[in-house]
Design a binder for this molecule. Structure first.
Ligand code: AP5
Ligand code: MG
Length: 217
């Protein structure tokens, strides 16, 4: 199964993907996480992406498409795409790449949430630099303040692009370039399942899984 999870920065894509992959045993392919791993590894791709990410701008389509198509082709057991596609060009190139491999998107879920809620979520987010677990200062606290539940003695960190001025640009970029992906899918006959992301984490998960269960039935 291939699932596309759409939504603005901070909508909870990463949080929900972790639960989806657990249930259906899929690979979690987050373009943002892959880019951050490339940066940590000091690769050419990571170095090229750095400036765009720190400013809250999109990394150029050609770099992202190549990176994500390679990851999708490796994920034989299916995957959830998190943060990709993020432009109409990425969406149409993804369709072409899947058709070439005789694959298709099985479900598209769109998380919807107001900008004001997102700002609070992102400034309170903390994550583990080792395992990638995501927490929140108010809504999803770790057992010991400031430390990862799964990695002993590992301090949580704040993402560099969660500073208020960068969050503002990420939201502007979303509205200017990414929101149109929903229209692209609607115009190409894909069904989109819309979920309110301004709710309890568990309720959103239940909503998404009930829809995906219908696809896998
Ligand atoms: P990326 O890493 O994809 O960031 P993003 O889309 O901005 O989304 P986030 O990861 O910030 O949020 P999320 O929706 O995953 O929310 P989360 O679950 O963490 O991309 C980063 C950068 O990489 C981009 O700016 C760009 O430069 C580049 N990039 C990536 N993909 C690209 C592409 N395809 N093309 C071009 N460039 C690309 O939740 C957020 C917080 O809220 C957490 O603290 C969580 O605990 C909390 N939370 C979650 N759900 C709830 C809830 N229901 N109630 C209360 N709190 C909640
Ligand atoms: Mg994320």
């Amino acid at each position: 199964m291939i699932v596309v999870l759409l939504g603005p920065p901070g909508a909870g894509k990463g949080t929900q993907c972790k639960r989806i992959i657990e249930k259906y045993k899929l690979a979690h392919l987050s373009s943002g996480d892959i880019l951050r791993a490339e940066r940590t590894a000091g690769s050419d791709l990571g170095k090229e992406a750095q400036g765009y990410m720190d400013a809250g701008d999109l990394v150029p389509d050609e770099l992202i498409i190549k990176m994500m198509v390679a990851a999708i082709n490796k994920a034989d057991g299916g995957c959830v795409l998190d943060g990709f596609p993020r432009t109409v060009v990425q969406g149409s190139e993804l369709d072409k790449a899947l058709t070439a491999e005789k694959k298709k998107i099985d479900a598209i879920v769109s998380l919807e949430i107001a900008d004001e809620v997102i700002e609070k979520r992102l400034t309170g987010r903390r994550s583990c630099p080792v395992c990638g677990a995501v927490y929140h200062l108010q809504s999803l606290k770790p057992k010991v303040e400031g430390f990862c539940d799964k990695c002993p003695d590992q301090e949580l960190v704040q993402r560099a692009d969660d500073k208020p001025e960068v969050v503002k640009n990420r939201l502007e970029t979303y509205h200017a370039q990414t929101a149109a992906v929903i229209g692209y899918y609607a115009s190409t006959g894909h069904e989109i399942f819309t979920v309110s992301a301004d709710a309890e984490i568990n309720d959103i998960t239940a909503d998404i899984l009930s829809q995906l269960d219908k696809v896998t039935a």
